[in-house]
Design a protein around this ligand. Structure first.
Ligand code: ZN
Length: 93
């Protein structure tokens, strides 16, 4: 069992959550001004780091709110959980 601490509900089993991809992906201000390649990069190209990764998660079987998680992809250890709109915290040891 892996616990994820929803910012609103507290720690819950991972089965209550759904992964939503990489966090902090900003929609282009003027997408119509982008080339097809640049727009495809925005839509599909994501980082796949070995180590600390900022991710979006949703508490699908709970409050249904979205939030960000800073997770180490090697150890699966969750380093931080923070609400949407909050800045990405520094990754701790
Ligand atoms: Zn929740």
């Amino acid at each position: 069992m892996h616990l994820i601490a929803c910012p609103w509900c507290g720690p819950r089993d991972e089965v209550e959550y759904a992964y939503g991809g990489e966090g902090h992906i900003a929609r282009p201000a003027r997408p119509e001004a982008l080339s097809d390649g640049a727009y495809a990069d925005y839509l599909f190209m994501r980082r796949n780091p070995k180590g600390v990764h900022a991710e979006r998660w949703v508490h699908a079987a709970g409050c249904r709110r979205w939030f960000n998680v800073l997770r180490d992809t090697v150890s699966h250890r969750i380093l931080a959980v923070y609400k949407m709109g909050e800045p990405r915290p520094e990754a701790g040891p």
